[in-house]
Design a protein around this ligand. Structure first.
Ligand code: NDP
Length: 360
């Protein structure tokens, strides 16, 4: 396993705690510690002065569980870059202090990736302090719980769809495949592609989720076993485009089944980091492999993606793929994600009962 931060530094990420006068408010968090006795994740009570540096303080209303959080709390992948660490790559909340020109107390904000839960304290805490460059204001009508349902997974799916569109792919060209379809990224990719007018084939290992995937907009369901063998590089051309959250042999087979001039946006590696294939799909069919990463803080792209998500995704569609759990259950559920035990998105209610907007 790898961490995306193996490949680039975290601009603006802070390294130490920044105590301020009056920083004594207690809050609950999940903390990962590593010592000679091993790796341990558990619930703790912390104080604001324990937080890392940053020009914005946020009361965290909701977080969400991502695959990377599962790796972090279970110690199964080298996700965490410093210890102790508060995991949680996403959160939404309300600004309580800001020295950043774009944010003021009371703003409702969302943070995804940018090293949260890896190199900088993340969202599994009732308070966060971070760089305002990593925050986006929530575009209406998105609210905090739904923004967290979207989170890194939805944003990544949106980036994948936007990458396919930048490539020039259009729904009239044929069928779109989504692998890892019942997972977080996959669920959003199905919904977003369907909303954009694509016929969507959901590739899943969970036949029981067929109705769920069809409700999101899938027009057909494909058993992921069909993508499990080391198939020929040039197979029957089935798909015009693909969004791949799995990697490994799944991605190799998807590329082998992609039509002339088609494209696949690849973002995940739950099925493996290796890609063993030859160049045939690229040089004999003109297939494009579009890499997608959502970690780096590209402010313009993020804002465009959030605006498109707010416009394209009906609240009911987001709710259909969302389960909300209390903070007390977050640690166990995060451990479960690495065994594929989560459908869609699991949002964590941090228990602060913050108003969703002024006047609530
Ligand atoms: P989830 O665990 O929610 O979903 C992953 C899905 O992949 C599962 O639900 C399952 O779907 C399928 N799957 C799991 N294991 C295997 C396997 N061994 N072989 C084939 N399919 C499998 O994870 P997320 O959706 O949150 O993340 C998906 C991937 O995307 C991860 O690798 C994650 O690290 C990556 N990611 C990358 C980002 C980036 O910036 N590039 C950002 C966000 C995520 P089903 O049950 O339908 O078969």
């Amino acid at each position: 396993m790898f961490s995306l931060f193996d490949f680039f530094p975290i601009d603006g990420a802070a390294s130490g705690a920044q105590a301020r006068e009056g920083d004594v408010t207690d809050f609950r968090a999940i903390r990962i510690d590593k010592s000679d006795h091993g790796h341990h994740a558990g619930y703790v009570v912390m104080q604001e002065r324990d937080l890392m540096d940053g020009d914005v303080d946020v009361d965290v209303a909701f977080s969400a569980i991502n695959y990377k959080d599962g790796l972090a709390v279970s110690g199964k992948g080298p996700v965490v870059r410093r210890f102790p660490m508060i995991p949680g790559v996403d959160f939404a909340g309300r600004v309580t202090r800001s020295a950043h020109p774009e944010f003021a107390p009371g703003d409702i904000v969302v943070a995804t990736a940018c090293g949260l839960g890896e190199a900088h304290y993340g969202g599994f805490a009732q308070k966060a302090r971070l760089s305002g460059d990593w925050l986006s204001k929530l575009p209406p009508p998105l609210r905090m719980a739904r923004a967290m349902a979207v989170g890194t997974a939805g944003l990544t799916a949106m980036f994948c769809v936007m990458a396919l569109e930048r490539h020039g792919a259009r729904p009239a060209e044929g069928l779109a495949a989504v692998t890892g379809a019942a997972g977080g990224v996959g669920s959003f990719a199905v919904a977003l592609l369907a909303k954009a007018g694509w016929r969507v084939a959901a590739v899943t290992g969970r036949a029981a989720e067929a109705d769920y995937l069809k409700r999101l907009g899938a027009t057909e369901i494909i058993d992921r076993e069909e993508f499990a063998g080391s198939g020929r590089p040039l197979q029957t051309q089935r798909f015009a485009v693909g969004v791949d959250a799995v990697g490994g042999v799944t991605l190799a087979n998807l590329l082998g089944q992609t039509r002339f001039d088609g494209a696949v946006a690849a973002c995940g590696n739950v099925g493996g980091m290796e890609l063993q294939m030859n160049l045939a799909p690229f040089i004999l069919r003109g297939v494009a492999l579009l890499g997608v990463e959502s970690v780096r803080p590209r402010i313009g792209l993020r804002r465009a993606a959030w605006a498109r998500i707010a416009q394209d995704l009906e609240p009911a569609a987001i709710d259909a793929m969302t389960e909300i759990i209390p903070f007390d259950e977050a640690l166990d559920r995060a451990r479960a994600v690495v065994t594929g035990g989560i459908r869609g998105r699991v949002v964590v209610d941090m228990g602060l009962n913050l108003p969703e907007k002024d006047g609530d």
